[in-house]
Design a protein around this ligand. Structure first.
Ligand code: SAM
Ligand code: SF4
Length: 505
């Protein structure tokens, strides 16, 4: 499938210095969670509700290799800081078993829609939420469905997430996952500071559970084990980061992932203003220094550190998604999917409720909340935002995906980052430097699509960023001007002979 036409807002160009400054000022949202401000920045690419079911399978037609993500939206407690689609735990008992029936139906719907038996999986993650909360037999059903509906090679490392509490008190589940073929476990410790745990709403955790969890994970035979740690909380200080890292390093996982707190859309979003970019930087610096001293390594800007030489530490699903831009399909409540030309979110992504997801699946419809047919500019913005998970852009992947080099697509941005020493070439990758890591939000913003850059600039000016009434008329006139046509079809594919990449900032 071809790219969508470029929206007028994505045809504009902004001064890189202004964009960089806007990214730095909006550091709480200028990160890899992209795009930003869907209502305004993505609306031109949104497929109308009436067309969603017919459109959704089309972007997958010419894709033979892909990643699979299955979302399990249950947790014992919904932590205040969590950004993921997790349903109210009070509904767990009523929804849990039923949800897996719905998931299996969604597998079958996609199977039919995209002929998934002929798609080869290059990675498969089961995430959440807390996928280890339901009975292990339910995860067994998910594993069977994946193997039934997709071509799942035996050498793909399948990964699952757990909390320390469940891994500590339910060792049998870990053994059952191993028997099913799951080879990687990821566990969230986040922080060990009691006051902070209280402030961020994660009280069901103890140091003893963390240690017991590791004992059980090792006894079950896992040698690919990751621990998540968080920093950048408003009520966190460097001492708490130090104590957490000391504890986690002593647990000796193969991999440690540092998550910088992203406040957008969380229940503690109001705390975002309580920490400065400089304080966040100080915490990150300390954490990375401690990891380096303990033998954990990551490329600059990458947040998963590994002590295993030659092993990046991330799951096959994430590595392929980030480095090679492999398309991924998300199944389950609120899951995100990205093909080469489309981006979609399942029902529940916004409201974290099961109602619409259930209604769609029970009506034999793909449970899609929003789907966007991306222009090349919009797809490039998403590609680079995802690439920054690992702190760098793999140039051959960009070339293969967009038919042009990064430098010709983003001449001003590349010139800006090289001239200021924010990024540097490292083999086939344009990688953040130490200076670039400290200015990450600004660098991220340089590669956003122009509509998203405009959104950030407007936020800095305190301008209204939601479309006013009459937006459709205004946009239609703009589209007509940009594409020199009187009729506006925002999801028209471009002809096969696409124009070469135009330079952009
Ligand atoms: C889906 S959670 C699963 C882990 C598991 N449920 C747990 O809490 O132990 C994956 C990781 O995302 C990170 N995370 C959650 N909310 C976040 C946020 N708002 N910003 C940045 N990272 C976040 C946490 O480190 C968490 O361990
Ligand atoms: S951090 Fe983990 S346990 Fe807490 S709500 Fe999010 S997914 Fe659930």
């Amino acid at each position: 499938m071809h790219w969508n036409l470029t929206s007028p807002a994505d045809s504009r160009r902004y001064d890189p210095a202004q964009v960089f400054a806007a990214g730095m000022e909006q550091h709480a949202i200028a990160n890899t969670a992209y795009p930003i401000g869907h209502v305004t920045t993505m609306r031109p690419y949104r497929i109308t509700r009436r067309q969603v079911q017919a459109f959704a399978p089309l972007p997958w037609e010419d894709i033979s290799e892909m990643g699979l993500y299955v979302h399990i939206p249950f947790c014992e407690v919904r932590c205040g800081f969590c950004e993921y689609a997790v349903i109210d735990p009070k509904q767990n008992a009523a929804q849990k078993d039923d949800y897996f029936d719905l998931l299996l139906r969604e597998f079958a719907l996609w199977g039919q829609a995209i002929d998934s038996r002929h798609k080869t999986l290059t990675g498969f993650d089961i995430g959440g939420g807390t996928p280890s909360l339901p009975d292990a037999s339910q995860i067994g059903r998910v594993m069977e469905a994946a193997a039934r509906h997709f071509h799942l090679p035996a050498d793909v490392t399948i990964s699952i997430e757990t909390t320390p509490k469940i891994a500590a008190i339910d060792a049998k589940k870990l053994v059952a996952y191993k028997a099913m073929g799951i080879r990687r476990i990821s566990m969230g410790v986040q922080t060990v500071s009691p006051c902070l745990l209280e402030a961020i709403g994660r009280t069901a955790t103890t140091l003893e559970w963390n240690r017991q969890a590791v004992e059980n994970i090792r006894a079950a035979g896992y040698d690919n084990f990751n621990v998540d740690v968080m920093y950048g909380f408003a009520r966190q200080n460097v001492d708490s980061v130090e104590a957490t890292l000391r504890h986690v390093i002593a647990l000796a996982p193969e991999h440690i992932t540092l998550y910088q707190m992203r406040y957008k859309g969380t229940r503690i979003a109001h705390q975002a203003a309580g920490i400065t970019w400089a304080q966040i930087g100080e915490q990150a610096k300390l954490a990375k220094q401690m990891l380096a001293e303990a033998g954990y390594w990551a490329a600059p800007g990458k947040n998963t550190f590994s002590r295993i030489p030659g092993d990046l530490g991330t799951s096959d699903y994430l590595t392929n998604r980030v480095v090679y831009a492999t398309p991924y399909l998300g199944i389950g409540l609120g899951a995100q999917s990205l093909s080469h030309t489309s981006l979609s979110y399942n029902s529940g992504a916004a409201d974290k409720e099961m109602r619409l997801y259930r209604r769609h699946v029970e009506a034999d419809e793909l449970p899609i909340q929003d789907i966007y047919h991306l222009s090349r500019e919009a797809a490039m913005g998403k590609f680079v935002a995802v690439a920054f998970y690992f702190g760098g852009i793999h140039l051959p992947s960009f070339q293969a995906k967009f038919g042009c080099g990064l430098e010709s697509a983003f001449p001003d941005a590349v010139h800006f980052v090289l001239e200021r020493g924010l990024m540097a070439y490292d083999g086939e990758t344009l990688q953040l430097t130490a200076a670039g890591v400290e200015a990450k939000p600004g660098v991220h913003a340089l590669f956003y699509a122009p509509a998203v850059q405009e959104h950030l600039i407007k936020l800095c000016r305190g301008e209204q960023v939601r479309p006013r009434s009459g937006w459709r008329r205004v946009w239609q006139a703009e589209w007509a001007a940009v594409h020199q046509t009187s009729s506006v079809a925002v999801t028209n594919p471009l002809p096969r002979d696409m124009p070469p990449c135009a330079g952009r900032g």
